[in-house]
Design a protein around this ligand. Structure first.
Ligand SMILES: NC(=O)c1ccc[n+]([C@@H]2O[C@H](COP(=O)([O-])OP(=O)(O)OC[C@H]3O[C@@H](n4cnc5c(N)ncnc54)[C@H](O)[C@@H]3O)[C@@H](O)[C@H]2O)c1
Length: 330
């Protein structure tokens, strides 16, 4: 298939392009480089030995995206492009609603116009809010606590309503848990701009000496050691989940959790990083972050049953690969 990948130079998008190409698909990337670098294109080519097409466009710009649809045969769209910081979304709600929702509407409209019937959307575990773990796809969603989470819920709703009205339009909504790690080549990975919001890039930057010590937000949660528990998934496993979702896409709306089904606390992740890479990570406990929940992990049985997909890489592998990328880059 010829797949249009929006946000394809970003963290999850770039790994997914590699897995798509390795599975024999062709890739057209549309990205405005607002949170990624152009070098990623040559790195993807270097890893896969394959050609890719790149358009530097903003996917909220309907005219620009229309010209991609009119000049390429597209069989499906994977829509990663969007802003992703919970904290920033509270400060810049309008930018988040505009970018994350208008981009989806533009793409759906063009898909319908050009009869592109496969659409895969990047959603997030954040849509479950403070439900009881493990999170199951059929749970009623609880209101998110920030604009970022709302953009994911609204996008899911738009896609569901459009699929209902257009029976040929097939949608996969993928709810990611916490992707970490990097491609084993060390050529692509996560390189956030500024002080990282996510735990693993924070740890790797402390390991590199770019930051003094790790701040752990809260040590009084009702968890195994008082720190927050998350379901960390290797980004390569997550990327492979996209290929499975696309290749096995059924009519209608299909929702899948992409996680490992296992919870790991912040302290357990720090210790795993230390063990995997033989580096001490100094840390301090600070107050809880507003909006953070105690525990978040997935029930992953649906993806296994319907897609034949499950995550294979363990926490030690995630820590080794994340560190290899950080050491080699920036
Ligand atoms: N990383 C996570 O922990 C996580 C978890 C759950 C869901 N997600 C979702 O997955 C998707 C990808 O996340 P990521 O971690 O790879 O983020 P990322 O920031 O690394 O990648 C997003 C890419 O989209 C591009 N982009 C943003 N707005 C654009 C626009 N209007 N037009 C064109 N390009 C645009 C950016 O330049 C970037 O390359 C996002 O939708 C995010 O909300 C991420």
């Amino acid at each position: 298939m010829n797949i249009l990948v929006t946000g394809g130079t970003g963290y999850i998008g770039s790994h997914t392009c590699v897995e798509l190409l390795n599975s024999g698909h062709s890739v057209i990337i549309a990205d405005n480089l607002s949170n990624s670098r152009i070098e990623v294109i040559s790195r993807i080519k270097q890893i896969t030995g394959r050609q890719i097409f790149f358009y530097q466009v903003d996917v909220t710009d309907e005219e620009a995206v229309n010209s991609i649809f009119s000049s390429n045969r597209i069989d499906g769209v994977i829509h990663f492009a969007g802003y992703k910081s919970v904290t920033e979304s509270v400060i810049k709600p309008l930018e988040y609603y505009f970018n994350n929702i208008v981009s989806t509407m533009v793409l759906i409209k063009l898909c319908l116009n050009y009869k592109v019937n496969k659409f895969v959307f990047s959603s997030s575990a954040t849509v479950y809010g403070e439900n009881k773990v493990p999170f199951v796809e059929d749970m009623e969603l609880l209101p998110p606590k920030n604009p970022y989470g709302h953009t994911k819920v609204i996008n899911e709703k738009i896609l569901t309503d459009v699929a209902k009205a257009n029976p040929d339009f097939s949608v996969a909504i993928l709810r990611y848990f916490n992707p970490i790690g990097a491609h084993e080549s060390g050529l692509i990975g996560e390189s956030p701009i500024g002080i990282p919001n996510n735990l693993m890039p924070y740890i790797t930057q402390v390991a590199k000496g770019k930051l003094d010590k790790l701040k752990i937000y809260g040590n009084d949660y009702p968890t195994i050691d008082g720190t927050g528990v998350r379901d960390y998934i290797h980004v390569v496993d997550l990327a492979k989940g996209h290929v499975a979702a696309l290749e096995k896409l059924k009519k209608g709306v299909n929702i899948y959790n992409l996680g490992t089904g296992k919870g790991t606390s912040v302290l357990q992740l720090v210790h795993a990083f230390e063990e995997a890479n033989h580096i001490k990570i100094p840390y301090e406990f600070v107050a809880r972050r507003p909006g953070d929940i105690a525990e978040c992990y997935a029930d992953v049985s649906r993806a296994k049953r319907e897609l034949g997909w499950s995550a294979e890489r363990d926490i030690i592998q995630m820590c080794k690969d994340a560190w290899r990328f950080e050491k080699n880059n920036s």
